[in-house]
Write a protein that binds this ligand. Structure first.
Ligand SMILES: [Zn+2]
Ligand SMILES: [Zn+2]
Length: 277
């Protein structure tokens, strides 16, 4: 059984519930570990149309609330899950200094690294994947994305590569075609060997299961490569509302088991801990 959900959001960015409501749901779901991993406030020049609140302004209050809960959850006799403070960091290689300062500014237990942007382009924006974008261009983006992931992992700034093939979001059929093509080998191996050499974990995310394509992040071909290279995995729901907390972790567990995984990792004060599932 998976007892840790390391990827969750709140009202501070574009979730639907506050810290207390998400923590209450984690308790109701029977989790032993619950990580808040709110998005990182964006530097000047970047914006995310999805965010409903002013993330930069609200972040200190949000983080203070999670830290208070974290302390309470670690007291002897406390019931409910142990709370962790994570961060879903937008990997923006042109803003290395900004990212370093942000990661150092709070006592994070762990940092998830996400490639929501590729060369400044929003990966998840449907407008960037219209029919005018030819397949060669899509394949080139997929390759660049995984080389960029290797750079992110080598930076030492992140503990986990989150939703590792997020780039399939708007182009899932082309992405699967690319996975089947020989040219995907080198970029995927660059990312996977960076993960295994650095001990950085790879997230296995339920977010993809909630979409039309109903496939976890990452796809089976990447799970196979990662398992073969001994890459650790970390589970996350990427819940933006209470109903998605810790779900559907039975499916995520059997998915990971089918590639030979029997344990996942979490991070406490940036130290890795292994959990059987
Ligand atoms: Zn994300
Ligand atoms: Zn997220």
């Amino acid at each position: 059984m998976i007892t840790a959900d390391m990827h969750n959001h709140t009202l501070a960015s574009h979730g639907t519930a506050d810290v207390a409501a998400m923590a209450a749901q984690a308790k109701a779901a029977g989790l032993a570990w619950f990580g808040f991993s709110e998005h990182s406030p964006l530097p000047g020049g970047f914006s995310c149309a999805l965010y409903t609140g002013d993330l930069a302004a609200g972040f200190p209050r949000y983080a203070a609330e999670v830290l208070k809960l974290r302390e309470k959850s670690a007291q002897p006799g406390a019931d409910g899950p142990r709370i962790l403070l994570g961060l879903e960091l937008d990997w923006l290689p042109s803003r290395l200094g900004y990212m370093r300062e942000l990661v150092a500014a709070w006592p994070f237990d762990y940092v998830l690294g996400s490639l929501h942007y590729l060369d400044g382009m929003s990966v998840g924006a449907i407008a960037n994947w219209g029919p005018e974008v030819p397949r060669e261009e899509r394949f080139a983006r997929f390759a660049a994305y995984f080389y960029e992931m290797a750079s992110m992992v080598k930076s030492g700034l992140v503990d986990v590569a989150s939703h590792p093939d997020f780039i399939k979001l708007r182009a899932v059929d082309d992405f699967h075609a690319w996975l089947g093509a020989a040219e995907s080998r080198a970029p995927l191996e660059a990312a996977v060997s960076a993960l295994s050499e650095s001990g950085t974990a790879m997230e296995v995310s339920a977010a993809g299961l909630r979409l039309d394509f109903a496939e976890p992040y990452p796809a089976p071909a990447i799970m196979r490569l990662a398992a073969g290279a001994g890459v650790d995995i970390c589970f996350g729901s990427d819940a933006h509302r209470p109903a998605d907390v810790g779900r559907p972790f039975d499916r995520l567990a059997s998915y990971a088991r089918s590639f030979g995984y029997a344990e996942s990792v979490i991070f406490i004060n940036r130290q890795k801990r292994r959990l059987a599932f």
